[in-house]
Write a protein that binds this ligand. Structure first.
Ligand SMILES: *Cc1c(COP(=O)(O)O)cnc(C)c1O
Length: 402
């Protein structure tokens, strides 16, 4: 057993069977310890994780500066509500806004960030009678009611209606389909700079600038959902900076506080002014623990030059998988932006996850056919090679039996 474990995976699984609502499909092991891109289960087996924490562990497991910042903060103050000022919230807010623009609101999750952004867009549009929001097919914005309504995938809507009124869905990478939906009641367009859960779908070069123009021409707000693309994921602090298109509002979560629960949105200051006292709140939002962790995450990315490192590691992954694509016709398309990687297959890729896990590698498969990797920004060249080798072996095996 790993020294951090007090019981076997099986013992933990039995407890879950009795007491935890079975709404997740879980791998049959209990994880007990992580360091960088490696994580260990209770039995002491080590995994290389190319999808650490669904992208939340943006600088890997137990990043030392984040651990130290949390340890220091936890001894001083764990939680203070927003009826008070704290140094930690001010410093993290400054660190985020000076790397982007505007002013920030803090919550605790991606869905909560989306809810807040939607509310702010409607508050801004209300004086002109505008409340409708356009989102995109294959998007993912979270599971709370407005966020899941914004998520234009039927499978997430089944059985939970009625949904929130006022949403309509355009085709990704299709500007005409957006124009067709705009009317005098539209207040905003919301899009992920790179669609994550929907299959690592990268926008065509004219798409985000085109959305900016449609928004400007029609007096709409442009909202980017950067829950997955924030904090250097794509190689710049925020995804919008890859395309040089500034949104009016953008959301963040996942890697925002290096693995500690935190969500936020940033808005241009003139728009942020519409969120007057009493209009919105979050009791845990901006708590000192998450703020200290977030600030230490930014310091780590900066001091370790991780944005430059991402460019090099991204190219290394791309080289491996470009060669593999030339070899295997089951690879339809390779989509890479920084540490966001999708290998789109002509066959169902779900089995690859289990096959990789047997070989000590953790990956994700989304949209049935897309092998998705969200590696830690500080992954090493050796780990890139190790992970790519296992994925290549598994995909070769699947190609033979396809
Ligand atoms: C994960 C995700 C969300 C939802 O975040 P939660 O923290 O699970 O609520 C929203 N938008 C995008 C783009 C995401 O990837």
């Amino acid at each position: 057993m790993h020294s951090a474990a007090t019981q076997s995976s099986q013992a933990t699984i039995e407890t879950f069977k009795k007491y935890v609502i079975p709404n997740y499909i879980r791998y049959p092991v209990s994880l007990v310890h992580g360091e960088g891109s490696y994580v260990w289960d209770a039995e002491g087996k080590r995994y290389l994780d190319l999808f650490p924490g669904w992208g939340c562990n943006i600088i890997g497991y137990s990043p030392p500066r984040v651990v130290a910042a949390i340890q220091k903060q936890v001894a001083d103050l764990i939680h203070v509500p927003n009826t008070w000022y704290t140094e930690a919230q001010g410093k993290f807010a400054e660190a985020l806004c000076t790397r982007s623009f505007g002013q920030v609101f803090f919550g605790n999750s991606g869905a909560e960030a989306i809810e807040g952004a939607i509310k702010l867009a409607r508050l801004t549009g209300a004086p002109q009678g505008r409340h409708k929001i356009i989102t995109f097919r294959n998007s993912f914005h979270g599971r709370t009611y407005a966020a899941v309504t914004a998520t234009a995938q039927e499978k997430y809507h089944e059985g939970i209606g009625p949904l929130v009124p006022g949403f309509s869905y355009a085709q990704h990478n299709n500007l005409d389909s957006v124009k067709a939906l705009v009317d005098r009641e539209t207040c905003a367009i919301m899009v992920e700079p790179v669609q994550g859960e929907g299959g690592v779908n990268i926008p065509t070069d004219d798409f985000l600038p085109g959305l900016r123009k449609i928004a400007d021409d029609n007096g709409l707000l442009l909202i980017f959902d950067e829950v997955q693309t924030c904090m250097g994921r794509t190689g710049t602090w925020f995804g919008y900076q890859q395309w040089g298109v500034q949104p009016d509002i953008f959301t963040m979560a996942k890697g925002l506080s290096g693995g500690v629960a935190c969500g936020a949105f940033i808005a241009r200051t003139e728009i942020a002014a519409n969120l007057k006292p009493g209009k919105h709140a979050s009791t845990f939002g901006g708590n000192p623990l998450a703020m200290a962790a977030g600030l230490a995450t930014i310091e780590t990315i900066e001091q370790d030059n991780l944005l430059e490192h991402v460019a090099v590691m991204s190219a290394r992954f791309r080289d491996h998988f470009t060669r593999l694509k030339a070899e295997l016709p089951i690879i339809r398309e390779l989509r890479v932006r920084g540490m966001m990687i999708g290998i789109d297959l002509t066959i169902n890729g779900t089995a690859a996850v289990g096959k990789c896990m047997e070989r000590g590698l953790l990956i994700n498969c989304t949209h049935d056919t897309v092998i998705r990797l969200l590696p830690a920004l500080n992954i090493t060249p050796e780990q890139v090679d190790e992970g790519a080798a296992v994925i290549s072996e598994v995909l070769r095996e699947m190609a033979r039996s396809a």
